[in-house]
Design a protein around this ligand. Structure first.
Ligand code: GAL
Length: 368
């Protein structure tokens, strides 16, 4: 009897964008700038939502938090799957020792710089599954000060971590500068990687990131392990990337970030935001016949978005719901700069019409 009542309630459950969202234990979900990994487990579709844990605001960092769901509405807390570190002596505690005790002191120092609660920046984590190695690969925007600058976004790298389980713990492998086209724009500061996402098309995976001081988006192909870009990145020896094969430079000087990609009926779609920090601005989408381009910019997909602020949000991911029928879900963040822990999730219906046009509509609440 009781079960019937609960089932009935479940059917009534809806996504309510912008409203505080609690996990199944009643705690506020902390998965900002996140993305969803869809897996089949024991014949059932399971979703893992990974994002920035902003419990303590911008800093101290907590790490990357994961949640699990079978219906995209009820999210079970899987904990912090990539933990930030308070100090180097934590390499001695069992959690970090199990992950990093095989490293030299110099190597540990590099890991620490990317995980340091009080100076690192860990944003927009995304996780994909690598069938070759049967493991989970996470990339995130790894930033923070450098030896020559104390600015929060001086490092401008992308970091990669792996785990044999979707719920971690993830082992950080390192952080890297990515591709640069060799031309004049930011040749003095090549390979920058800030806002980023991952996109997997069959066995091939790509990292999409804001580069050249956020002026230009790049798409770089990942290797078979998905743990490095195929060119090796600008810091690698004999760096000789092939444009169009290893990477492409998308929208030069257009100043776009917060990329989110999806595939619909053989075409590729990319949603981006403008670059105005935590403050929302109009979204823009682009279409291509191949991930490596040529990308054609379209327009703002938001319908009746009177303020032209992507319904007061910034893109972070697009999840296919019923791809055959053009039904997707837009995932965005409504950042609250003064209280980042209380930033809200804006999940809205995204439709690809017969014409190929993309539309995102506001809904106070909607069923999946
Ligand atoms: C935004 C970016 C966010 C965060 C923020 C910090 O442009 O999309 O992920 O980095 O800036 O101001």
């Amino acid at each position: 009897m009781c079960e019937n009542i609960c089932e009935g309630r479940d059917e009534m459950k809806k996504i309510t964008p912008g409203v505080p969202w609690l996990d199944t234990s009643g705690k506020l979900i902390q998965a900002h700038g996140g993305g969803i990994l869809t897996m089949e487990e024991n014949g059932q579709t399971v979703y893992y939502w990974y994002g920035e844990d902003k419990t303590d605001g911008y800093r101290p960092l907590v790490g990357v938090h994961a949640y699990k769901s079978t219906n995209l509405l009820d999210w079970e807390d899987c904990g912090v799957v990539l933990k930030a570190m308070d100090n180097k002596s934590e390499f001695e505690i069992p959690y970090f020792a199990a992950l990093y005790s095989h490293l030299s002191e110099t190597e540990q120092a590099a890991i620490f710089a990317d995980l340091h609660k009080h100076s690192a920046v860990m944003e927009r984590p995304k996780v994909i599954y690598n069938t070759k190695n049967n493991n989970y690969v996470m990339w995130f925007h790894a930033d923070g000060p450098t030896a020559t600058s104390d600015a929060n976004y001086a490092k401008a790298k992308a970091a990669v971590a792996v785990s044999s389980s979707p719920t971690g713990p993830f082992t950080l492998l390192g952080s890297y500068r990515l591709d640069h086209y060799g031309g004049e724009h930011y040749l003095h500061n090549p390979g920058m990687a800030r806002d980023m996402t991952l996109f997997q098309d069959g066995e091939t995976a790509y990292i999409i990131y804001a580069s050249e001081e956020n002026y230009t988006l790049y798409i770089s192909r990942l290797n078979g392990d998905h743990t490095m870009i195929t060119s090796g990145g600008v810091e690698s020896e004999n760096y000789k990337p092939v444009e169009g094969q290893d990477y492409v430079r998308v929208f030069p000087m257009l100043h776009r970030e917060a990329p989110a990609l999806f595939k619909h009926k053989g075409k590729f779609y990319m949603l981006t935001s403008g670059c105005t920090g935590w403050h929302p601005n109009p979204a823009l989408y682009a279409v291509a016949d191949s991930v490596m381009g040529e990308w054609t910019n379209k327009n703002d997909p938001c319908v009746n978005d009177v303020k032209r602020t992507t319904f007061d949000s910034q893109s972070t991911f697009v999840l296919p719901l019923d791809s055959e029928n053009g039904k997707y879900m837009y995932l965005g963040d409504r950042w609250v700069p003064s209280d980042l822990a209380n930033s809200r999730y804006i999940w809205l219906p995204l439709t690809v019409c017969e014409s190929g046009n993309v539309k995102i509509k506001w809904a106070d609440e909607w069923g999946l």
